[in-house]
Ligand binder design. Structure first.
Ligand code: EPU
Length: 443
């Protein structure tokens, strides 16, 4: 956890292969939503496998400001109880991450009023919240845009038929969190079906919500109930940690056992790795990754689940710099998520980005001017440089590149990585990495 008035930097000396075993923590993108779900009941809830990354800390602060008492143990279990909603305005958490908008449903359901700040999070595209606001409006919320916030009121939330233009994870979660206590039935078409969304559905169902869903059809049907109870729920393993650590090992020429990792939610990653010549195998209590020989170039397109996740393309790009030939990376979820490749270029990667979709693979960014396609030619020798990172997954790509590069890298902006990964440096060191965290005083 960062202290006020300090900034932190990683100093990494590359060239050591990572080996051994790592325990995978709970998913921050599931845990943060499950914590918000506990606001829907006055009864205590117990959440197991909560990762202690900074985004979870910000979400805990959000809940506490609203009125929750939260007690977390070293075993990563948290008990959270919100007997009373004391505060419906959470403005002071302005712009730190994207979770406050999700509190709108629970606050409207329990108090009929909510004020949330404009959202923060990673600079990876425009990231509007129009789907959230339109859906909640259809459900009976009256939402006013103020200078620094959205202020919403309702007499009673009611079920509605909603069709998203794109299967947004956050908007699907917003509607779920609003619909479980609404009057009547809410139907969502083109819903996001990420494992993290399904984990939230598991929590809400354990609390007494009535939710039916068909993942393959991207269809959700929620029948509102009048009250929800406390529940005990386990957060799923973090798919981003699994892929990040797996690629960190492979890019350094090592291999790794990922304790607690599950194969099914990683199918698209396993397929890409298999095409490149790597191996991911199940073993008791986890997964093992190992290189298969020389890396082969591939074409990858990011997509909503069950497709190849947009949060995986950054670590993968580092491995692609080591593959023979030209790989294509087509980002179709966020319009501006390839900026980090410029710094990989400074490290020696051969990378070209363009606003054109690969032939035969047009996406919703076709004929726009977003640089969302990358061609990466390898193998290229990487060398250490100084970089400043601006988002979680791009930050992880820089860490992996630095671990596999020759010489020393200095990575500033570590607070972005700490939002998504708990004690990343300590855990990498345990696998053999040469990584130090340096604290500097700021003005
Ligand atoms: N979108 C809209 N309008 C909306 C909502 C989304 O146009 O109202 C667009 C977005 O601009 C984007 C696309 O829909 O182009 C998908 O966005 P989505 O809503 O699915 O993303 P999110 O809920 O804001 C979560 C994760 C991201 C992850 C994406 C996709 C959290 C806190 N964040 O974001 O994780 O990349 O889903 O799976 O759960 C990360 O952890 O580093 C991260 C960025």
């Amino acid at each position: 956890m960062r202290m006020a008035g300090t900034e932190e930097t990683f100093v990494i000396r590359g060239g050591t292969a990572l080996h051994g075993e790592i325990a995978i923590h709970g998913s921050k993108n599931a845990a943060t939503k499950v914590l918000v779900a506990t606001l829907l009941t006055a009864e205590p809830c117990v959440i197991d496998n909560v990762p202690f990354s900074d985004d979870v800390g910000i979400t805990r602060e959000l809940c506490e400001r609203i009125g929750s008492s939260v007690v977390c143990g070293d075993d990563h279990s948290c008990t959270i109880a919100t007997s009373e909603i004391r505060e419906t305005s959470v403005l002071r958490l302005s712009r730190r991450n994207r979770i406050p908008i999700l509190a709108m449903g629970p606050l409207l359901a329990r108090r009929g009023e909510a004020e949330v700040p404009f959202l923060g999070g990673d600079p990876i595209g425009h990231r509007p919240i129009d789907f959230h606001l339109e859906a909640l409006t259809r459900m009976g919320a009256v939402i006013e845009r103020r200078a620094h916030s959205y202020f919403a009121t309702t007499r009673r939330l009611t079920g509605a038929d909603i069709r998203f233009p794109f299967p947004s994870v956050g908007a699907t979660e917003s509607v779920l969190l609003a619909a479980v206590l609404a009057d009547g039935v809410t139907r969502i078409e083109n819903a996001a079906m990420e494992p993290e969304v399904q984990n939230l559905i598991g929590m809400l169902t354990a609390m007494g919500a009535r939710i039916a869903y068909e993942p393959a059809a991207r269809y959700l049907e929620i029948t509102g109930v009048t009250r929800l109870s406390g529940a005990r729920h386990r957060v799923i393993p973090d798919r981003n940690e699994i892929v990040s650590f797996a690629i960190a090992a492979l890019a350094t020429g090592g291999d790794l056992v990922l304790r607690g990792a599950e194969a099914v939610p990683l199918a698209a990653f396993a397929e890409a790795l298999d095409q490149m010549g790597g191996r991911i195998t199940e073993e008791e209590g986890g997964l093992r990754v190992a290189p298969g020989g020389a890396w082969r170039s591939i074409s990858v397109e990011t997509a909503p689940h069950p497709g190849f996740m947009t949060d995986w393309q950054q670590p993968l790009a580092v491995l692609l710099t080591q593959a023979r030939g030209t790989s294509i990376l087509h980002e179709t979820v966020y319009e501006d998520r390839l900026g980090y490749l410029k710094d990989l270029g400074r490290m020696g990667a051969r990378v070209a980005v363009s606003d054109e979709c690969p032939e035969g693979r047009p996406c919703r960014f076709a004929s726009r001017t977003f640089n969302h396609t990358a061609r990466i030619t390898g193998p290229a020798a990487l060398r250490g440089v100084a970089t400043t990172i601006t988002d979680i997954r791009a930050g992880m790509a820089h860490v992996i590149a630095a671990l596999s590069a020759e010489g020393e890298s200095v990575i500033s902006g570590v607070s972005h990585i700490d939002r998504g990964y708990e004690k990343l440096d300590e855990r990498l060191r345990a696998l053999g990495a040469n990584i130090r965290r340096i604290k500097h005083k700021t003005q």
